[in-house]
Design a protein around this ligand. Structure first.
Ligand SMILES: [Zn+2]
Ligand SMILES: [Zn+2]
Length: 337
């Protein structure tokens, strides 16, 4: 599987050469539903987890006894996918509809209290050999990201992630059946197993983090484009939409701050923090955008591939995971957008 981002519609550095100083490379991950194995880089796939290492759990105080069952979430999605392939006009049978209603039900599990350990759910794992730009601490070549499938952590009451770096050659026997939480607080925290097709792309800094003067000139340039456009012109170019930050799941690069505006973030050790991972709802905006990979413009329809992981961080935006620039094993910072 390969995914190819088309070249940017124009070279913005030719118009604003100062942007060369605000350029970074990010690695788009291009997840697509698949059947990844523990030795593959994946999103929502099985982790290469040592059989003799305890599975991580969340013991942070928050409600955890009500929600949907993980197998029900997968089954419902499979039924909806199958339905898409039926002949037009063919709907669900009454039996299917009853089954779907059952799968969508929330369940109350035995009252476990507010701090009983909840097994974390795998979100992603990346091997350095398959993901260019993934900077691993010395002696490690694999990063694993898990999260608690309930809200209620941290000052913003959101999810909590657990990031583990390891040396994959020292894994030994792989844990065959990781524990699953009995229920999850939100089905948008259950990633669909996806293979990935990493691709490096060039990005430019988020507009509000550029010097005020440059920002102003870019905005004036965008306004001129708008004035020159014909009324029926579709898909006007913009710095934010097409020329700065790639949408979708990615490693590294720049963070978009489109919801909260930029914030300066520092690790508790005093080092600056850098964008490590973007967990995104959509791989691109609209039906097709300038970021839609060439391969997805053909078959079967572009919108089928724009929400491959079924994850809804920040309820349908993105979750930016920042890591310490000195040591990525220091505590991460989550910024929903
Ligand atoms: Zn939790
Ligand atoms: Zn630090």
């Amino acid at each position: 599987m390969t995914r190819t981002t088309p070249p940017r519609p124009l070279d913005i550095e030719q118009i604003f050469p100062e942007l060369a100083a605000h350029r970074a490379t990010s690695t788009r991950l291009h997840p697509r539903p698949g059947a990844p194995k523990p030795h593959d880089s994946s999103i929502g796939g099985p982790l290469l987890w040592p059989a003799d290492e305890p599975w991580p759990t969340c013991q942070h105080a928050h409600p955890r006894s009500r929600g949907r069952r993980v197998p029900d979430v997968y089954r419902e999605r499979a039924m909806l996918r199958e339905a898409e392939n039926l002949a037009p006009g063919t709907g669900f049978s009454e039996e299917d509809r009853a089954l779907l209603a059952g799968l969508r039900e929330e369940h109350q599990v035995s009252d476990v209290g507010e701090t009983a350990p909840v097994p974390l759910l795998p979100v992603a794992q990346f091997f350095t050999k398959g993901v260019p730009g993934l900077e691993a601490p010395r002696g490690t070549d694999l990063v694993q990201v898990l999260w608690c499938p309930f809200d209620g952590h941290g000052p913003q009451g959101t999810v909590a992630v657990d990031v583990r770096w390891r040396d994959s050659s020292r894994c030994g026997q792989v844990l065959a059946t990781p524990p699953l939480p009995e229920v999850v607080g939100f089905d948008g925290y259950v990633p669909e197993p996806c293979a990935i097709a990493p691709e490096q792309v060039v990005e430019h800094e988020y507009i509000e983090l550029l010097d005020a003067d440059l920002q102003e000139r870019i905005e004036e340039w965008e306004m001129r484009l708008e004035e020159e456009a014909e009324d029926d012109d579709e898909g006007l170019l913009s710095y934010q939409g097409d020329l700065s930050i790639a949408p979708g799941w990615k490693v590294g690069g720049f963070a978009a701050w489109n919801v909260t505006g930029p914030a300066e973030i520092t690790c508790s050790c005093g080092s600056p923090m850098r964008l490590f991972l973007t967990i995104a709802t959509y791989e691109w905006g609209g039906i097709v955008s300038s970021w839609t990979p060439l391969e997805d413009r053909r078959t079967p329809a572009p919108q089928d591939n724009k929400h491959p992981t079924a994850v809804l961080p920040g309820r349908d935006g993105a979750l930016n995971v920042f890591a310490c620039a000195t040591d990525p094993r220091h505590e991460h910072l989550l910024v929903p957008q």
